[in-house]
Structure formats: structure tokens, C-alpha cells
Ligand binder design. Structure first.
Ligand code: SRM
Ligand code: SF4
Length: 575
């Protein structure tokens, strides 16, 4: 039964309050016009705070200033985090200049590359939202569905200019994104000022939102495509994953994975990270249809009572992997083919110069935790990238590990790029540990942060680097990830060493993730401060240096030696 029929006779009182809100918003209009017009506050109405997400932005307030403003009897310093929809993470140099202008004019002067291959702005005040979105629109960019209970930014193995296969997979990411985009005109009418269709939003749900209906999805929905042997996208961490099958230089098809997700809540074992299951195989021409079928099974079967149980991973647990697959196949009108043997060997990004299939060069630039900013006496990443965008005619591509790639550089132009990278100190020496590390945003903008992440991880890495050096491992990579809360935005449960915030200055320490993103880690120590983190990790890193087998990754080592038990299924994460 589809969701319209299913919910026809259900009282909204039985469902999570967001379910009524979606329906009452009349396809995401809500009272956003009124909220934007209200000059008495920097905020939007409570209901609209949920709706802005579907349009790609979040109301936040500066948590560093919260107490001071409360004492001074001022309302919190409200502003918005604005996230772009950028399937595959590619922008032209002209688009980069708009992104840069907008950061300086309407936001806090920085750009943040996210773990889903797009940009976030922080600190956009309500009165600047429309101008900001209109400038993006002029440069052919939007923020539609970047957040909210819809299909999010579709990510894929980075750099479409690397090979024909990379281009084909990138194109598919665009196709999926376009196909699963909400159809409501709310974004265009409210924020871009386009003329309202007579009578406003129409009521017939199959006309306005043929895929979503007025109920939209129970929760966010995420799709990733990986090209083996790379697993830069952490393909098993998403609701849907497609793993490319390339034979003799030809894209033959994809293994289809369902049911991944990272988020959980401390102390609630019914919530857990989960890696997706490979359920079959499809040819490239069926990828969009398969993504749609999976989304519709989740639309109609996902939990609409409890948002903590509403992600597709829990629907897979409820229906069973086979049960979910059968539902998908019933919608597709065909069975998925048997999955192929495809091997993923590592995650992380390719950094520095490398050559593509067509002989052009690409430069993978390490951006610490994705934050593009000009720092005093340090890297001038905003100004440097602006200069590069002005001097360069190839695309700039974001990665899912918060880095970027300056693509399509001819041999003759490499020197120009190198000079600019040097002039703006953009290529600071970073150890393999730092280059592989990721942190989520957390304080001061994230309303859910329990501990620091982006602002703290760099100094913790300094200390871990010292331990690595002393152990003779200065040239080795261990995947370290940190988040300020258990929601998992930097995919910490896939790290070899994961830190998840508990409270200010204290973290849970997780060990044993797989180097190729194929195994979850497990809780090793709970609620520990920096001194204890270092005390716990020093002997393990020293042992690893001495006892590891040739080529053995740290995550595999701690599992093999029994330091931590492997997590073989999400539902056993807490066991
Ligand atoms: Fe996330 C919520 C930042 C990737 C799982 N995430 C948030 C919010 C919007 C906080 C909020 O709801 O108030 C954070 C905004 C912080 C800020 O100030 O900017 C936030 N998430 C991020 C980003 C920016 C982290 C980063 O450092 O790059 C990433 C933006 C991705 C994008 O461009 O779309 C980001 N978030 C992820 C990922 C990783 C991924 O998708 O590959 C995950 C884990 C995968 C997954 O979805 O399971 C993730 N974010 C969450 C969750 C937990 C969802 C769950 O199923 O439990 C929340 C909270 C929620 O949805 O209730 C959340
Ligand atoms: Fe915020 Fe938690 Fe996501 Fe970090 S993991 S950005 S603290 S929601």
C-alpha cells in the first residue's frame, strides 16, 4: 500500500509531529513568506525551522555567544547554515567566484566543504537569505533538498575528469539527483521571486509531488556511487550505495547496496550505525529506476512515529534484507541480478598532482576539516582559491573527505597553479595521519554538538602525530575521525580510531574500523578526556609499530590481536 492510502485514515496524533507539519506546509510553503518578512526577530517560526531544511538551510545560533546574550536579555544570535545541492561536487571557476563572493557578502567569510561533497555557508542572516540564494541561482546552483526528509546531495567517487568511467558515474549522480528532486515550486517562488502559479500550490498530490506526495519521506535519504578499488565515498554508509563494475575499461553495471547509516544516540541501543547489505546488481540504464524504487519502498514502509527509528536502515531491519529487496523488485517489475565480486581497497582521497586518462593533470588539495578560510600567518585558502579560480579554466571538484581537486590542468599551466598554491601557503606539510583525518563542524554552529570537533581535532592530531613519530610511524596512515555528537556526520564509526563527543572535553573512543570502509568499529573507552585518550592510544600505537604484519592496517591489527572485537553487523554494534 502506498503512503497516501496508508495514512488516509490515520490520525496525525499517532505520528511524529513533523508528519503533520509536512502535510500542513502545502508542499513546503508553510509560512515562510511571513517568517522572512518579520523584522522583529532573526528567527523564523518554529514550524518553518523544519521546512527551511527541505530548502537547504538550517536555523542556528552562535553557541559561543549564547550565555552572554541571555545575560544581556538579547535573543540568541540567529543565522542560517546554507548547504548547496551539488551532485558529484563539481563547480566551474565562474561558479567558484560566485561562491566566494557570497561567502564574503552574506556569510562569515568562509566556505565549508562537507563530508557529502558540497559546500556549507555559516552565519547567513535572515535578511540576506533571498539575495544569497538568488546569486547562487544566477550561477546555476541551488540548495534544494540539501537537508530535510528528501533525497540529499548524491555523492560519487571524485573527479569526473579523471577518466570516461568517472565521467559516466558522475553523470549518473546528476541524473539520480535530478530525478529524485522535489517538484514543488516553493523554493522558486519564495526565495527566487518567481511568479506564483495561479491559486498557489495545487492539492492533487500526484501532480505536485509525484514521487514524494505531500508526506515526503519519513527521514533523510542518501545515495552514494563508488568506483572500485576506491571507496572514498564510504559507499556502505548510505541508505543506498552503487558500486561500479568496470570491465576492460567499460562500465558494465553496479552492485546495489541498501541500508547504511551512521547516526545513533548515546545510551539508546535500539539506535546504531549500520553498513549496507549488497542485495543485487543492475545495469547502468537501470540505476535511476532502482534508486527510485528503493526510495519509494522507504517512503511507504519507513517508521513515521519515531524519528530515531525512521531511517531506511531500520526499515531494512524490520522487513529483513530479503523482504526489502523483494519490495524493490516488485516496484521495478524485475529481479535484480546476482551481485558481482567487486573489491574496494581503501577510502580517503588522492592528494597532490596526478594525471588523468586524457593526459591533463589534477591537483588534490588537502583542506583541513574542509574549512576554507584565510588564516593569519597560515594558509590563505579563500584568497588562494579565488586567485586560482581567476587563473584557471578547468573545474574544481569537491571530495567526500572534505578536500578539493583543481582539475584539467595542462602540463604548461601546472607551474601557474603551483605558484599560486605556494604564494598563498596552501600546501602546508601534513602528515598522513592528518591528511586522512576528518572532523564534523560541531561548535559553535551545530545545535546538536556535545563536544568540540572541527576546532579541536587539529590539536589532538598534533599530539597523535608525536606518538606516531616516536613509534617510527610518521609515514603511515591511520584513519582518525571525530564528531561532536553521536549523529556521525564525519562517519566516525568507520574510522580505525573514532572519537565521538560525550560532553565538553570528553569523548567515546572507538577502535577497529576497516581501512577500506568495510567494517564498523566498536566502543573501546567511554567518556575520556585528552590525557586519557593519549594514555590509551600510546601503547596501542607502539604495539602496532612492532607487531603488525606486513601491510596490516591499524583497524585490522587491533581486531586480529583481540584488542577489540570486530563489529560484524550494525545491530551488534553495542554488543
Ligand atoms: Fe550531519 C544533523 C552537519 C554529514 C548524520 N548534520 C546535522 C546538522 C544539520 C545538525 C542539526 O540537525 O541541527 C549539522 C549542521 C552542523 C553545522 O553547523 O554545519 C550536520 N552533516 C553535517 C556536515 C556538514 C558535517 C561535515 O563536517 O561535513 C555534513 C553535511 C553533509 C551534506 O553536505 O549533506 C553532514 N550527517 C552527515 C553524515 C555523513 C554522510 O552523509 O555521509 C551523516 C551520517 C550518515 C547518515 O546519515 O546516517 C550525518 N547529521 C546526521 C544526523 C543523524 C542522522 C540519523 O540517522 O540519526 C543528524 C541529526 C538528525 O538528522 O537528526 C545530522
Ligand atoms: Fe553536529 Fe553531531 Fe553532526 Fe557533529 S556529528 S555536525 S556535532 S550533528
Amino acid at each position: 500500500m502506498d503512503i497516501i492510502a496508508k495514512l488516509r485514515d490515520v490520525s496525525f496524533d499517532e505520528l511524529h509531529p513533523n508528519e503533520r507539519l509536512k502535510v500542513d506546509s502545502h508542499y513546503l510553503y508553510g509560512t515562510l513568506e511571513e517568517s522572512l518578512a518579520d523584522r522583529a526577530t532573526g528567527a523564523v517560526s518554529d514550524a518553518d525551522t523544519q521546512l527551511t531544511k527541505f530548502h537547504g538551510f538550517y536555523q542556528q545560533d552562535d553557541r559561543d555567544l549564547r550565555d552572554d546574550r541571555r545575560h544581556r536579555k538579547l535573543e540568541p544570535l540567529y543565522s542560517f547554515m546554507v548547504r548547496l545541492r551539488l551532485p558529484g561536487g563539481r563547480v566551474s571557476p565562474e561558479q567558484w567566484l560566485t561562491l566566494d563572493d557570497n561567502a564574503r557578502r552574506y556569510a562569515n567569510g568562509t566556505l565549508r566543504i562537507t563530508t557529502r561533497q558540497t559546500f556549507q555557508y555559516h552565519g547567513v542572516f535572515k535578511e540576506n537569505l533571498r539575495r544569497h540564494l538568488q546569486a547562487l541561482d544566477k550561477a546555476m546552483m541551488d540548495t534544494i533538498a540539501a537537508c530535510g526528509d528528501v533525497n540529499r546531495n548524491v555523492i560519487c567517487t571524485a573527479n569526473p575528469h579523471r577518466s570516461t568511467i568517472h565521467r559516466q558515474v558522475h553523470d549518473l549522480a546528476h541524473e539520480i539527483s535530478a530525478h529524485l528532486l522535489p517538484r514543488t515550486r516553493a523554493y522558486h517562488e519564495i526565495f527566487l521571486g518567481e511568479e506564483r502559479v495561479a491559486g498557489g500550490p495545487r492539492e492533487a498530490e500526484d501532480e505536485v509531488e509525484p514521487l514524494y506526495t505531500r508526506h515526503y519521506l519519513p527521514r533523510k535519504f542518501k545515495v552514494a556511487l563508488a568506483i572500485p578499488p576506491e571507496n572514498d565515498v564510504d559507499v556502505f554508509a548510505h541508505d543506498v550505495g552503487f558500486i561500479a563494475d568496470v570491465q576492460a575499461g567499460e562500465l558494465k553495471g553496479f552492485n546495489v547496496c541498501i541500508g547504511g547509516g551512521m547516526g545513533m544516540t548515546h545510551g539508546e541501543p535500539a539506535t546504531f550505525p549500520r553498513l549496507s547489505d549488497i542485495v543485487g546488481y543492475c545495469t547502468p540504464d537501470r540505476v535511476v529506476a532502482v534508486a527510485e524504487a528503493i526510495m519509494l519502498v522507504q517512503r511507504d514502509n519507513g517508521n513515521r512515529h519515531d524519528r530515531k527509528q525512521a531511517r531506511l536502515k531500520y526499515t531494512v531491519e524490520a522487513l529483513g534484507v530479503d523482504g526489502f529487496r523483494q519490495e524493490v523488485e516488485a516496484r521495478l517489475g524485475e529481479a535484480l541480478s546476482p551481485a558481482r565480486e567487486l573489491t574496494l581497497t581503501h577510502n580517503g582521497d588522492r592528494l597532490g598532482w596526478y594525471q588523468g586518462e586524457d593526459g591533463l593533470w589534477h591537483y588534490g588539495l588537502f583542506v583541513q576539516n574542509g574549512r576554507l578560510a584565510d588564516s593569519d600567518g597560515g594558509p590563505q585558502l579563500m584568497t588562494g582559491m579565488r586567485e586560482i579560480a581567476q587563473a584557471h579554466d578547468g573545474d574544481i571538484v569537491l571530495t567526500t573527505n572534505q578536500n578539493l581537486i583543481i582539475t584539467q590542468v595542462s602540463e604548461a599551466r601546472r607551474e601557474v597553479i603551483d605558484d599560486l598554491l605556494d604564494r598563498y601557503r596552501m600546501t602546508v606539510e601534513a602528515t598522513p595521519l592528518r591528511r586522512h583525518a576528518m572532523a564534523c563542524v560541531a561548535f559553535p554552529t551545530c545545535g546538536l554538538a556535545m563536544a568540540e570537533s572541527e576546532r579541536y581535532l587539529p590539536s589532538l592530531i598534533d599530539r597523535l602525530d608525536a606518538i606516531m613519530r616516536e613509534a617510527g610511524l610518521a609515514d603511515d596512515a591511520i584513519i582518525v575521525r571525530m564528531t561532536g555528537c553521536p549523529n556521525g556526520c564525519a562517519r566516525p564509526y568507520l574510522a580505525e580510531i573514532g572519537f565521538v563527543g560525550k560532553t565538553i572535553g570528553r569523548y567515546n573512543l572507538y577502535l577497529g574500523g576497516g581501512f577500506a570502509g568495510e567494517r564498523l568499529n566498536k566502543l573501546y573507552r567511554e567518556n575520556i578526556d585528552e590525557a586519557t585518550i593519549l594514555e590509551e592510544l600510546t601503547p596501542l600505537i607502539r604495539r602496532y609499530a612492532v607487531e603488525r604484519e606486513p601491510g596490516e592496517a591499524f583497524g585490522d591489527f587491533v581486531v586480529r590481536t583481540g584488542i577489540i572485537a570486530p563489529t560484524l553487523a550494525g545491530r551488534e554494534f553495542h554488543a
